[in-house]
Design a binder for this molecule. Structure first.
Ligand code: AHR
Length: 643
């Protein structure tokens, strides 16, 4: 049965079925340069993307500020011969930034029957074999308590100690303690917690408590290695941060507080995140920047522009001035000379060299604002940034805004559509884009499987956090469209990027990469993006497709002459597609073919992480005119070598 999408393409391309299918690549000319920054990443704190995700901290509610009423995620450790109580304590704060500590009183405890407190982590503490964990905590003892404290990673039932260490030297003053915990040859599990116990009666107060597994590049306040590897494998050229709605917060007072996210973690109280939980701010401005550095990607910094998700806005003019200054200071932190105030602060934080910032986005989705004040706010903020940093490209969040006569260098356009909608709009996408206008940044996009389950609507809650192959088809046709138009679409990034798949962890679906405490996996969409971003030339080659529902794009590597054709078959049947490469007299007979193909409902998960993955094969008999048969529901990259 022919789908509506097929008909739409036939109408869009003005070609009847009678003409027979054809996919033509015009290699006689280039339709423009492929943007070298086309493929990037977008990220924000959503779905426990950082806390309980990429940020490797294992202790949840490490500063005891998640819940003012009770020590959330902390519980008493005791057995039938020991006893303890725990309580939040606001009368003995660790410092003026973290006003709450945890009082732990062991009322009955011995060496064989210790008592204390345990943290359950983010859906468990991951135990990996032969692994070193770095524990740190701030503690002070009540007079009369004598050392030591035992810190350990133990099974939920308390019977198995996977690793442990001792802390001694407590006094009645706050002091920081560190211990290394080493596991043996254990079976991986997340049914474990982190315990701090006393082996005698007494009271101690705990300040910030932290536990890190090994991190990417061994950064002390670093990132989870498995997820980082997956991100690096996407070959991203930039990272858009810190949002998204996370930049704005629900209220002006809950915007991303970049200045409070700097320095030692015991100086970071965290802040309420608009996605329904408190952010630890362990993932602070410097961590974002070093994350970019570790991926060899540029930071694309979004600065707060005076509008928050709940509808509050700051009036342009004098009221907005402190926020303008805040944005200027933030940029100074990123690129300022070390003689500047914030450049010096960056150096003090351990990174004297400025980062390679070229793009700054002003706000996020300001078109949702009822009061429509973006023109004024953008004008004021962009004037100030341009005056100080004329080299930066500025991005507006509102495509049709007049911006009080200011010109944005780029506009950010977001697109969350169902696969069928992407199929429909992608075949002719970009034809009406104004090549004289600002460059285009598709700063958030993703295909969801069906229009009946939009990411922000109820029915989507019943679906898995990460998308199925059906969504990857929508992603594929849209990426092909963006690549065909990458002379004007200079940057694009899928969103959201990350999701903790434990029940209750997510706020939005679909998401590209899923994980729990122990492992991570990529959705079929992840692999489709990887296929696109890792196989790309620098010249756009014009393509025409007619009499077929297959969509695609082509680029050429001007250094090697390689022609890279990307094709997406949205049909349930194989598609035999005559492909003509015009302007090339001969091609090497052997081509590399990368294929992602599965049933629309097929997907990956923690249990089946590699159920749908690309397969690389070699195809012979390639000529400037050849017929290629695409499997049903497939995304294919053909790498054709010229002589
Ligand atoms: O990606 C999820 C959310 O969708 C982003 O935070 C927001 O910018 C958009 O509406």
């Amino acid at each position: 049965m022919r789908s509506i999408s097929t008909l739409a393409i036939l109408i869009a391309t003005g070609t009847g079925l009678m003409a027979g299918p054809a996919f033509t690549v015009d290699a006689t000319r280039s339709a423009g340069k492929v943007s070298p920054k086309l493929y990037g990443l977008m990220t924000e704190e959503i779905n426990h993307a950082y806390d309980g995700g990429l940020y490797a901290e294992l202790i949840r509610n490490r500063a005891f500020l998640d819940d003012a009423q009770s020590p959330a995620n902390w519980s008493v450790v005791k057995d039938d011969a020991s006893a303890a109580t725990i309580a939040l304590d606001t009368s003995n704060p660790l410092n003026d930034k973290i006003p709450t500590s945890l009082r732990v009183t062991a009322t009955q405890a011995t060496k064989d029957h210790p008592a204390g407190v345990a943290n359950s982590g983010y859906w468990g503490i991951p135990v990996h074999p032969k692994t070193e964990y770095r524990a740190s905590l701030w503690a002070r003892a009540e007079a009369g308590f004598f050392d030591p404290l035992t810190v350990s990673i133990v099974s939920d039932d308390g019977r198995t100690v996977y690793a442990s260490g001792e802390i001694s030297g407590l006094t009645t003053e706050w002091k920081k303690f560190e211990a290394t915990l080493k596991t043996g040859n254990v079976t991986p599990t997340a049914q474990a917690r982190f315990a701090i116990t006393l082996d005698q009666p007494g009271t101690v107060r705990l300040g910030l408590v932290s536990l890190f597994p090994p991190t990417w590049n061994n950064r002390p306040n670093g990132l989870r290695k498995d997820i980082m590897q997956m991100l690096v494998d996407l070959n991203p050229k930039f990272l858009r941060f810190p949002g998204g709605n996370y930049l704005e917060g629900n209220r002006v007072s809950e915007r991303f507080p970049w200045a409070k996210t700097l320095g030692p973690i015991e100086d970071r109280p965290g802040h309420p995140c608009n996605w329904g939980y408190r952010s630890s701010d362990g993932m602070g401005l410097l961590e974002f920047l070093e994350w970019c550095e570790d991926m060899h990607a540029e930071p694309l910094l979004a600065v707060y522009a005076g509008y928050s998700l709940g509808g509050e806005h700051v009036k342009a003019g004098a009221e907005l001035e402190p926020y303008v200054q805040e944005a200027l200071d933030e940029i100074e932190y990123v690129i300022g000379d070390t003689k500047t105030t914030w450049g010096a602060r960056r150096a003090k934080d351990g990174h004297p060299a400025p980062f390679n910032l070229t793009h700054v986005e002003i706000g996020n989705e300001d078109y949702f604002e009822q009061a429509k004040t973006y023109d004024d706010r953008y004008a004021q903020i962009s004037d100030a940034i341009r005056a100080k940093y004329p080299q930066l490209k500025l991005i507006s969040t509102t495509p049709d805004a007049k911006l009080n006569g200011r010109k944005a260098d780029m506009v950010d356009m977001h697109d969350y559509s169902a696969t069928d909608e992407f199929i429909k709009k992608s075949s002719n996408y970009g034809a009406d884009m104004n090549r004289q206008g600002p460059e285009i940044f598709v700063g958030e996009w993703a295909a969801h499987e069906d229009a009946s389950a939009r990411p922000w609507e109820g029915p989507s809650w019943k679906l898995a956090s990460t998308p199925s192959m059906k969504a990857a088809i929508g992603d594929g046709v849209f990426m092909a469209a963006m690549e065909r138009n990458s002379d004007i679409i200079k940057m694009q990034c899928y969103a959201p990027l990350l999701v903790n798949v434990n029940p209750g962890a997510r706020q939005w679906r679909p998401d590209l990469i899923g994980y729990d405490a122990l492992s991570a996996y990529g959705s079929p969409s992840y692999y489709a993006i990887q296929m696109f971003s890792r196989n790309i030339g620098d010249e756009i080659l014009p393509v025409t497709f007619s009499g077929t529902s297959v969509q695609g794009c082509a680029t050429r590597d001007s250094q090697t002459g390689e022609i890279i054709v990307k094709l997406v078959n949205p049909e349930s049947t194989p598609q035999s597609l005559p492909i003509e490469i015009k302007g090339v007299t001969s091609l090497k007979s052997k081509a590399t073919v990368i294929t992602l193909s599965a049933s629309p409902e097929d997907t990956n998960s923690i249990r089946r992480p590699r159920n749908v993955v690309p397969v690389t094969t070699t195809l012979s008999g390639i000529k400037p005119g050849f017929t290629f048969t695409m499997p049903p529901y497939s995304v294919v990259v053909l790498k054709l070598q010229t002589h």
